[in-house]
Design a binder for this molecule. Structure first.
Ligand SMILES: Nc1ncnc2c1ncn2[C@@H]1O[C@H](COP(=O)(O)OP(=O)(O)OP(=O)(O)O)[C@@H](O)[C@H]1O
Ligand SMILES: [Mg+2]
Length: 212
C-alpha cells in the first residue's frame, strides 16, 4: 500500500481553529479513504471531541506514545490513506516540529484579524526550517471564522499578502454548527441539513488540496 498522505493542522496561536478544522477534514477525508486523526496536543481536545455524545466519530482519533518521527509515523499508520495531525498551540513542542517534518501538507487556520496573523508569523520561519529536512512540505493559510457577508479589511488583506504563506481560496465561515458538532462528538457531515453549508466548505478545502 502507498504511504499515507500526512496533513498537519498547525498554528502556535491558541484558539485559531486547529482542532475544528482537523476533525472536520478528517471526517471529510474518511468519506473517501481510510483516515486517522492523530491528536498531538496534550490538552487532548480532539480525543475529548471524539468521545463526546453517543455516536462514534467518523475517523479513529489516536495519540502517540513515546518518541516518534516522520518514518515511524508513516510506518505506524501505513494502513491509512490520510493521517491528519492536530497540533498543540505551541511551536516549541517536539510534536509541532516533528509534525512539520512529517507532513506533506500543512494547513494554518487563522482568524481574520491582522493581530492574530502577526501572532503566527514565527510559523513561516518554522516551515522554512522544516523544509531543510522535508523539502516537499507545502503549506497554506486557511481563513477561519469568517463572518457571513463581511469583506476582509484592507489591513487584513495587506497582512495576508505579506505573510509568506499562500492563502487557500476556500474559507471556513463562523457557524454555530461547528460548535454544536463538537458538543455532539461528530463532524459537520453528521449534522444533517443544519451542517450542509459547513460540510460544503470543508469539502471545498479538501478539493483544493493537491491529491498527493
Ligand atoms: N468556523 C467556526 N465557527 C464557529 N466556531 C468556531 C469555528 N472554528 C472554531 N470555532 C470555535 O472556536 C473555539 C476554538 O476552536 P478550536 O478549539 O478548533 O481552536 P484550536 O486552534 O484547536 O485551539 P487550541 O489552540 O486551544 O488547540 C472552539 O470553541 C470552536 O468550537
Ligand atoms: Mg486544538
Amino acid at each position: 500500500m502507498a504511504a499515507p498522505r500526512v496533513l498537519a493542522v498547525i498554528n502556535q496561536k491558541g484558539g485559531a481553529g486547529k482542532t475544528t478544522l482537523a476533525m472536520n477534514l478528517a471526517a471529510g477525508l474518511a468519506r473517501q479513504a481510510p483516515t486517522v486523526l492523530v491528536d498531538l496536543d496534550p490538552q487532548a481536545s480532539a480525543l475529548q471531541w471524539a468521545g463526546a455524545g453517543t455516536q462514534a466519530f467518523a475517523a479513529p482519533v489516536k495519540q502517540l506514545a513515546g518518541r516518534w518521527d516522520a518514518a515511524s509515523l508513516r510506518r505506524g499508520f501505513k494502513a491509512y490513506a490520510h493521517v491528519v495531525l492536530d497540533c498543540p498551540p505551541s511551536l516549541d513542542s517536539v510534536a509541532s516540529s516533528q509534525a512539520l517534518r512529517a507532513a506533506d501538507l500543512a494547513l494554518v487556520p487563522v482568524l481574520p484579524s491582522p493581530v492574530d496573523l502577526w501572532a503566527s508569523l514565527r510559523l513561516v520561519q518554522e516551515v522554512d526550517a522544516a523544509r531543510r529536512d522535508n523539502p516537499g512540505l507545502r503549506a497554506w493559510l486557511v481563513l477561519n471564522q469568517i463572518e457571513q457577508r463581511s469583506a476582509l479589511s484592507a489591513a487584513m488583506q495587506h497582512a495576508l499578502a505579506e505573510f509568506g504563506l499562500p492563502l487557500l481560496r476556500a474559507v471556513v465561515r463562523r457557524r454555530a454548527v461547528y460548535r454544536a458538532a463538537a458538543l455532539d462528538g461528530v463532524s459537520v457531515y453528521q449534522m444533517g441539513a443544519r451542517g450542509q453549508a459547513a460540510a460544503d466548505e470543508i469539502q471545498s478545502i479538501i478539493e483544493e488540496l493537491p491529491a498527493s
